[in-house]
Design a protein around this ligand. Structure first.
Ligand SMILES: [Zn+2]
Ligand SMILES: [Zn+2]
Length: 308
């Protein structure tokens, strides 16, 4: 019987749950009273994982035929089975993951889905389960199309995407410190703690999937500083353990912002500019209104003083 790559994460569920059990036990001994786990938070994370699994199953129904079509019509390499093919697939997908992840923080349409992963104020292994059922709508699967152009089959693509995601489970922990030379090579718990932090100097940094090299190459790497512990969560806290609210709150906010914009340029910006664009746009409009009111008052004052 052939193993279906789509079921990889579910097949690994016992390993994930065993690691969570170890982390809870370990933290209870080493950081008693730190309350790094809470039942409502963990249950919300589990619900989000199940919702994401369901949505992903449906998404593959659409994405796999697209990958197959691109593979048959546009592929530029015919790989011989072997380590060179697997290594290329792994490195290329990891680079594409970096691009997807960085775009997910800088394009609001993608952030609307990705925010789910960041909206808990806690960080533990169960935080890895916080995934969005809206990723297929946001278009995450589109980022893997270049792999089909590179000559990889749909099942190879699905497999490597899920291997990358499975690896990332292990970096969501406060139970492991820095890992020496490995910090230069792979995404580590220390590196990913920075990614989940909302401290000014940590925000929008360390986008790595498996390899740490992309952040160092493209200037998005920041080291975890022992003098500045990460503060987890998003700038505007969600304050809810409702998985539906976690999944849709940013989509609703984005739709509202888009609707209140007055022309097509600002409407497009509300959807595709960085997530904080609307707030900066509003602040600028407020500043302009204040400036023109001050100018008007000054002009009236000048006219009044000339009349006297
Ligand atoms: Zn992120
Ligand atoms: Zn994460």
């Amino acid at each position: 019987m052939q193993f279906d790559a789509e079921w990889l994460l579910l097949a690994l569920a016992p390993v994930f749950l065993a690691c969570i059990g170890w982390e809870v036990w370990h933290l209870a001994r080493t950081r008693p009273g730190a309350a790094l786990y809470s039942w409502p938070d963990t249950l919300c994370n589990a619900a989000l994982a199940l919702m994401h699994q369901g949505a992903d199953k449906l998404a593959w129904l659409v994405a796999i035929p697209v990958y197959a079509w691109v593979y048959h019509h546009w592929r530029i390499v015919n790989w011989q089975p072997g380590w060179a093919a697997w290594l290329t697939l792994f490195v290329a997908q990891d680079l594409l993951y970096y691009v997807f992840h960085r775009a997910s923080h800088r394009v609001r349409w993608l952030w609307a889905a990705h925010v789910v992963h960041h909206s808990s104020g806690r960080l533990n292994l169960s935080t890895a389960f916080r995934q969005s059922l809206m990723y297929p709508v946001a278009g995450m699967w589109v980022f893997w199309i270049p792999l089909a152009v590179l000559g990889f089959t749909p099942m190879q693509i699905v497999g490597i995407v899920l291997v990358n995601l499975a690896f990332q489970f292990f970096v969501h922990t406060q139970a492991i410190g820095k890992l020496g030379w490995l910090e230069y090579v792979i995404n580590t718990p220390s590196m990913h703690r920075v990614h989940h932090a909302r401290n000014e100097r940590y925000i929008d940094r360390n986008y790595a999937g498996v390899l740490a090299i992309w952040d160092r190459l493209f200037g998005s790497y920041v080291e975890e500083d022992a003098h500045e512990p990460p503060v987890y969560g998003i700038v505007k806290p969600l304050d809810s353990y409702n998985p539906l609210k976690a999944s849709f709150h940013e989509w609703i906010a984005m739709a509202r912002d888009c609707a209140r914009m007055t022309d097509s340029r600002t409407r497009l910006a509300a959807l595709f500019a960085p997530p904080d664009w609307c707030a900066r746009h509003d602040a600028l409009a407020m500043q302009r209104a204040t400036d023109s009111a001050v100018t008007e008052n000054n002009t009236e004052g000048d006219l009044g003083s000339r009349k006297t």
